[in-house]
Design a protein around this ligand. Structure first.
Ligand code: BGC
Length: 764
């Protein structure tokens, strides 16, 4: 099999679609920014994008979206006066690769132009050690003597979906450094890119024009001699904690990088990546396809994990562009967060701090949405302030080109509970209550308060109900008693109650001041009642099926295939208003099944199986979030073949880049970090059968038949463990630095893991 630490291709297909998809597959990122996997000579038409985390801008009435920075990585070359580009020159050979070990992108292209052969090689990385920094090594060799001109510098022709976001763009050259300075239109935030090169040949001049700030290097290249130079670029914005001005900071960063040199920058970068993999890799023995796809998925998450101290989160399309407004959805808490919680807790903290930082935005949303509510109603599409970026007309109809009313923003209320659940998971799995004390507790109570004000008391049935919502299945809007949503709301009350109890015991003063600050004394007893009396649809006594929402069982029976055959336009949206799925039982994504996964301890195997079998043929999997839920529940009920095929679907989505790119009139191309997180969860929680709670870690292995072993690391309560599952036994190594013994239960056998000791448990 191929190198399991790399993706590569020997093809360059000169088509927009292929360039766009490869831009996603080969992108690199370092949490501060992403750089799409495009070639050095490319521009905005090829979707070159350096997308910045946490910096957003809005132009007029268009969607607010993250800012793309000027491209400090730009280089183009001419040979005897002819421009050389993958878009226009004959290519004899092309190879490009992305190393999963350290997020280094390489391209090597052999061109032929008027009887001469020119090879271009470049290597690019975004430093994992210095978040603002990008580094490039560029070489070329011609087989015959030739006149070569290189233009390299900063291209500020920027690809935007709803731009332009950067105004007053000015190009400067200060000593040896090129600068492009600008400010965002909405908030006047400065964004500066600086670039320096380390080059020792040719004659250099400066050229600015056509939105490019360039150095022009001319030389008579000798036959078969390789010429190499290094580029360092830095992006610095007003969001960075810099002590000097933004442009001075940018200059300093590139100068320092140049002084350190390429090898030193690369070795610092590599050291950071080595640390990440040391704890985060998962090894699947016996199945290279699964191993490769899983490693690529983990790699995607590691690349986009927020910079420490930034309190940023991960958007639904990560840093692969401006798709989905660069917004943070429930994807983060429900699909990505668990990976970080178990393998890279310092990043899990950032994700939670982001929700604490945006609590005021969630409060504003609660007050102003619909009839007005109390508490925290988190944004469906959240940006830096927590105000909702989702519009009421969020999908364009490809027929009429009009915008369709969707209720994602005002009715997808499960988002608040998703946040509360993740916040509590953090506490349970790490044992660290600092987040609760530093705002997380307030988040949980505000989420409970929101559901309390959203719920309706049905006097006849003597129960609270959550009505008029959109569940994960967005094809059926404004439904009553959606099982997933109601269960998440109920769990939010349970968590709020458990947390109040915990604070009462451990931090009574903190509880007192919190209750006073939030003026919530009266609500606390009601939360207990809500937890007891909130209605959640129950399994049918004969079939075991749980009705997704009131009336779902009465909808029209059809198959996904039949439904799709009725589509008139390939991109038509199946939900909203007249959507084909609306009157039918066809659902967009896992909904009840998602609930059965999230609350797996509350349902029997029989109920899980009945619902998996009921909903699976009715699910379109129109969202990349769906497959992993089906995979995990299938693993849970021992249907490992079912689990495996859904696992591959979730794990291969980005490596294969075979996803839909338009929904309605909206461009959706980009990476899928939620599916990547789902791949990790399927392997560790699904096939590994891991489930931790506040008392112990439970492992019920369900190894897929092709796998000889599965090995991974996990943190539990701040202690580190290596777990290896083979067909017959489980070996757990507790790190010598662990603080104390921890209880693991392997297939029902309870064992104590002593720091520094290896334990071996047979499970068959
Ligand atoms: C899904 C949502 C998801 C969003 C972002 C939508 O297509 O239905 O559940 O949060 O995409 O990934």
């Amino acid at each position: 099999m191929h190198n399991l630490w790399q993706v590569h291709t020997d093809k360059f297909i000169n088509e927009k679609e292929s360039i766009m998809r490869n831009g996603n597959v080969y992108q690199i990122a370092n949490g501060y920014m992403g750089y799409r996997g495009t070639l050095d000579e490319f521009g905005p038409d090829e979707l070159v994008g350096i997308t910045l985390a946490g910096l957003y801008d809005r132009v007029g009435d268009a969607w607010r979206e993250p800012v793309n920075a000027p491209n400090g990585g730009f280089t183009e070359i001419t040979l005897d006066g002819r421009e050389i580009s993958a878009l226009s020159t004959r290519i004899k050979k092309h190879h490009q690769s992305l190393s999963l070990g350290n997020a280094v992108f390489e391209r090597e292209t052999d061109f032929e132009s008027r009887g001469k052969a020119l090879q271009i090689k470049s290597t690019r990385f975004l430093s994992a050690d210095e978040p603002n920094l990008g580094v490039i090594k560029f070489s070329f060799t011609c087989n015959k003597a030739a006149r070569v001109r290189i233009k390299t510098g900063i291209d500020y022709n920027i690809w935007d979906l709803n731009g332009p976001h950067l105004l007053k763009l000015t190009a400067k050259k200060k000593s040896g450094t090129l600068l492009v300075q600008s400010v965002t239109g909405e908030a006047s935030k400065k964004v500066t890119v600086a670039e320096v090169i380390d080059l020792h040949f040719g004659k250099q001049t400066h050229e600015a024009g056509g939105n490019k700030n360039l150095r022009v290097i001319e030389l008579d290249a000798k036959a078969n001699q390789t010429y190499t130079f290094y580029k360092y670029f830095a992006v610095v914005t007003d969001n960075d904690p810099v002590k000097t001005s933004v442009h001075e900071a940018a200059i300093k960063k590139v100068e320092e990088a140049k002084d350190s040199g390429y090898d030193e920058c690369l070795s610092r970068h590599n050291a950071q990546w080595a640390k990440r993999w040391e704890h985060c890799d998962v090894k699947i023995e016996g199945d290279d396809e699964a191993q490769h796809a899983l490693r690529y998925s983990i790699f995607q998450l590691l690349m986009v994990a927020p910079v420490n101290g930034s309190a940023n989160s991960i958007p639904a399309r990560a840093l692969s562009g401006q798709v989905y407004k660069g917004a943070i959805f429930w994807d983060t808490e429900m699909f990505m967060f668990p990976f970080f919680l178990y393998t890279y807790p310092e990043k899990a903290v950032e994700l939670m701090r982001y929700r604490i930082k945006t609590l005021d935005g969630a409060r504003r949303k609660a007050k102003t949405e619909g009839a007005g509510y109390r508490g925290a109603f988190y944004a469906w599409e959240s940006q830096e302030s927590g105000d909702d970026a989702c519009t009421y007309f969020n999908i364009g109809d490809p027929f009429s080109k009009r915008d369709l009313r969707t209720y994602f923003r005002d009715k997808q209320v499960h988002i608040s509970g998703d946040v509360a659940i993740a916040m509590w998971e953090y506490f349970k799995v790490t044992g660290d209550d600092s987040l609760l004390l530093e705002g997380g507790g307030e988040v949980i109570l505000e989420c409970a308060r929101f559901y309390y004000s959203y719920a309706y008391f049905n006097k006849d049935k003597h129960r609270h109900e959550i009505l008029d919502v959109v569940g994960p299945d967005e094809y059926h809007e404004r439904v009553n008693n959606n099982a997933f949503t109601s269960m998440v709301a109920k769990a939010t009350f349970e968590i709020a109650n458990a947390m109040v109890e915990y604070l009462r015991r451990r931090h009574p003063d903190k509880l007192k001041s919190l209750v006073k600050k939030m003026d919530i004394t009266g609500a606390l007893p009601v939360f207990r009642e809500m937890a007891d009396l909130l209605y959640v649809p129950q399994p049918d006594e004969t079939t075991g099926a749980i009705e997704q929402f009131d009336g779902y069982f009465k909808l029209k029976e059809t198959t996904v295939k039949e439904l799709k055959a009725r589509m008139i336009h390939p991109n038509e949206y199946l939900g909203a208003g007249q959507g084909l799925a609306v009157p039918t039982k066809v659902i967009k994504q896992a909904d009840v099944v998602m609930m059965l996964n999230l609350f797996k301890d509350r349902y029997t195997e029989q109920v899980k199986k009945a619902n998996w079998e009921y909903y699976e043929p009715r699910t379109e999997h129109g969202s990349s979030l769906s497959a992993c839920a089906y995979a995990m529940v299938a693993a849970d009920i021992g249907k490992l073949d079912w689990a495996y095929s859904y696992f591959l679907k979730t794990a291969k989505i980005d490596i294969e880049a075979r996803y839909k790119v338009y929904v309605g009139t909206i461009f959706m191309g980009g990476s899928h970090p939620a599916a990547n997180g789902g791949a990790w969860m399927t392997v560790v929680f699904g096939f590994g059968g891991v489930k931790a709670n506040a008392e112990r870690v439970v492992i019920n292995p369900r190894l897929y038949k092709e796998w000889k072993s599965l090995q991974f690391n996990m943190f539990y309560k701040g202690d580190s463990f290596n777990v290896k599952i083979t067909r017959n036994d489980v070996t757990i190594i507790a790190d010598p630095s662990n603080k104390c013994n921890r209880t693991f239960v392997v297939s029902g056998k309870s064992i104590e893991c002593v720091p520094g000791k290896r334990l071996f448990v047979g499970y068959r």
